[in-house]
Design a protein around this ligand. Structure first.
Ligand code: MF3
Ligand code: CO
Ligand code: CO
Length: 263
């Protein structure tokens, strides 16, 4: 049975309960989410053929620290970088390295900062120089999936309605939805309840209430949905090596709908 609890009465660890946040929490979340979004804005200027994902990672670290924030990824469950950089057939959790980006690559950069104890989690797609039309279409479809998922958010709907909105659009566009990773509650805990699946059935799952905060972060593939994890224990890739894309926002449920914190 799912229960809802004021974040003020809940311990600072995962309990499976869904936290309800107040205006003070919203203010903290707006601040950190805005910082993460600004980092992604600035990266748009930097991503070019020849740049390495390690250089992107250094930028994410420095930009955060300069603004009083720490990257939540660093040392998270043994992860050793400040962000995830997922190129082409990498679905998510790509580890920054010294390989230069190449013309035609598409990549996701996913940044989470912690500021005043609040987590702001967001990711976007970037094109390296000129990319193929199929890659461009995948990026458009994936962004539309995220925005359709968000558009469904309001008190009273269930998490399955979000997933269904994403799945219906992705599949109508002949793309597939990755099942192995999901969106998550976020606040003073990085990955909290509830899980937000990017596929599902309308009116199934837990009911949304005003004051909930979570991410929606669909991973969409041009080919089949299957993924595998590489030997590094993190990098998720498509089994069929088809291109994959992801967008992520941190979103709150408001009285009448939603607020996107990471715009
Ligand atoms: N930012 C990812 C998410 O959207 C999580 C990355 S965890 C890491 O939830 F350890 F891989 F960095
Ligand atoms: Co996330
Ligand atoms: Co993220």
């Amino acid at each position: 049975m799912i229960s809802y609890i004021s974040y003020r009465n809940a311990p600072l660890k995962y309990t499976g309960e869904v936290r309800i946040f107040d205006e003070q929490a919203f203010q903290g979340m707006r601040k950190v989410c805005n910082l993460a979004a600004r980092c992604l804005d600035e990266l748009a200027e930097l991503v070019k053929p020849g740049m390495t994902t390690k250089e992107i990672d250094s930028f994410v670290f420095s930009f955060g620290v300069e603004h009083g924030a720490l990257p939540a990824d660093l040392n998270y469950r043994g992860y050793t970088a400040s962000c995830c950089t997922s190129i082409n057939h990498v679905v998510c959790h790509g580890i920054p390295d010294n390989k230069p980006l190449r013309e035609g690559d598409i990549l996701n950069i996913d940044v989470t900062y912690i500021l005043d104890g609040w987590h702001g989690d967001t990711g976007r797609m970037y094109s390296v120089g000129k990319i193929k039309r199929a890659a461009e279409r995948l990026i458009e479809v994936t962004h539309e999936c995220l925005m359709r998922g968000i558009a469904s958010v309001k008190p009273g709907i269930r998490t399955g309605t979000i997933g269904a909105a994403i799945q219906q659009y992705a599949e109508a566009e002949h793309c597939s939805v990755v099942r192995d990773f999901c969106g998550h509650g976020v606040g003073q805990i990085f990955h909290d309840a509830p899980s937000i699946l990017h596929y599902g059935t309308p009116d199934h799952g837990i009911e949304l209430r005003e004051g909930m905060i979570f991410t929606i972060e669909p991973m969409i593939n041009l080919g089949k949905a299957g993924v595998k994890i590489l030997k590094d224990g993190w990098t998720a890739v498509t089994r069929d090596r088809s291109l994959s894309a992801q967008y992520e926002h941190t979103v709150a449920v408001t009285k009448t709908g939603y607020e996107i914190f990471t715009l």
